[in-house]
Design a protein around this ligand. Structure first.
Ligand code: SF4
Length: 264
């Protein structure tokens, strides 16, 4: 008996003693005319194991806002109507139960620049206005350094209600509130949107890319160029991040054809 036969019989005895009554039939490998082995047709090979031809990176797709609300052209009135819908909203039961009030958004409906944050915190929930706590005060300083005032911009958040304990908005809440955000974007129709922090950037642009890799370039959302940078509350914890944020602001101003007052 050849070594191969002895081995096969030993293997069969081992399988039987382990309780196996039969062995599955394995489809044979199919050899091409070039003699390279391929897997049997019933077996799908994961993409990662295939040798894929290298493709050029696809350009970033332009996402479009999906407002269910049709702007009439009267921006003030349209925003008032939207804010009234938001004030009664109970789509996120936990937030609707725990909020003091909804925080819709503030600023100039005719502005070129919209600022987008994450969600109201305790101060915002109390006062009904976005970015009014410590992070908001730092944001005001950044706005002033750019040569603007808060009133000249439009400021809102991914969510219009405070998540309890200031936790990060979950996907369902962000999706629930998206109609209102897209409504505000459609009405204000800004030329630029600045996303403050990863929650705003990743939600608006439907990506998981880290915020550090989204800086210093423009994305497109509908008609607006989108710039992403760190959240002011992150700057409070990491003052070293103020420098990159200022670089991002200068990047924005330069694209707008503006110079910060301190450098003019
Ligand atoms: S966060 Fe937005 S969708 Fe959720 S309850 Fe508040 S207003 Fe409604």
């Amino acid at each position: 008996m050849s070594d191969w036969n002895r081995l096969s019989q030993q293997l069969l005895r081992d399988c039987q003693s382990a309780g196996l009554s039969h062995l599955p039939r394995v489809a044979p490998l199919v050899l091409d005319s070039d003699s390279r082995p391929k897997p049997p047709p019933s077996v799908s090979t994961p993409k990662s194991q295939e040798s894929m031809p290298k493709k050029k990176a696809a350009p970033t797709p332009v996402l479009q806002p999906q407002p269910k609300f049709e702007p009439t052209g009267n921006r003030e009135q349209d925003l008032e109507k939207l804010a009234a819908c938001v004030a009664d909203c109970i789509r996120c039961p936990e937030l609707a139960k725990t909020r003091t009030q909804t925080v819709f958004g503030v600023g100039d409906p005719q502005t070129k620049v919209m600022f987008l944050g994450e969600a109201p915190g305790a101060d915002e929930d109390k006062q009904g206005e976005p970015f009014v706590g410590r992070a908001g005060q730092l944001l005001n300083k950044i706005i002033a350094a750019c040569g603007w005032t808060r009133e000249e911009l439009y400021i809102c958040n991914i969510l219009r209600c405070r998540p309890p304990g200031n936790r990060t908005p979950n996907e369902t809440e962000a999706a629930n509130c998206r109609e209102y955000l897209d409504g505000q974007i459609a009405v204000v129709d800004p030329e630029y949107i600045v996303c403050w922090g990863s929650c705003a950037a990743q939600n608006l642009l439907a990506t998981k890319e880290p915020i550090g890799r989204m800086r210093q370039r423009f994305f497109q959302y509908g008609n607006a160029k989108v710039l992403c940078t760190y959240h002011p509350s992150y700057l409070l914890r990491n003052p070293a991040a103020k420098k990159p944020v200022w670089e991002d602001m200068k990047f924005l101003l330069s694209d707008m054809g503006l110079t910060p007052p301190s450098e003019s």
